[in-house]
Design a binder for this molecule. Sequence first.
Ligand SMILES: [Mg+2]
Ligand SMILES: [Zn+2]
Length: 174
Amino acid sequence: MNKAVFLDRDGTINVDKDYLYKKEDWEFIDGVVDGLQILQNLGYKLIVISNQSGIARGYYTREDADKIFEYMVNELKKYGVIIDKYYYCPHIGNECNCRKPKLGLFYQAQKDFDIDFSKSYAIGDKIRDLSICEKEQVKGFLLDMVPEIESKNIRKCKNLYEAVNLIKKDEQNG
Ligand SMILES: [Mg+2]
Ligand SMILES: [Zn+2]
């Protein structure tokens, strides 16, 4: 079985600019490339799971979304970082089972990559990115110092790079 880090995209990997789909607007958050490199070297699958309701809202198309995801993948590849897969929900509302906090895409990824949740992490800037931590043994990092959280499985930190350093420490402590 594999271990994975489930990554939110907007506000976690790139600077969140509401309903982003143009590559001119893409901006990696500081430390993300280095952080992802470290995770990859530690043997984690890198899985991006993202809500893209801009599609259902008519702001951009699936094709636009795929293009910007591919842009992200290719930019990271330049630094030797391989995103194993990205998944996104194009819907709005709560009818589907793939829009976070729903867990459909997490279970899909688990199946696709034979993931051991108990050795895996989730990182996101919204609590809905970490709903998997309530249901499964995935440990989470919330990149938002403000909200109160009750889950024992979730720690708060400033950014992805800081989360990666805590994962590194977890690894060292076995
Ligand atoms: Mg986000
Ligand atoms: Zn959906």
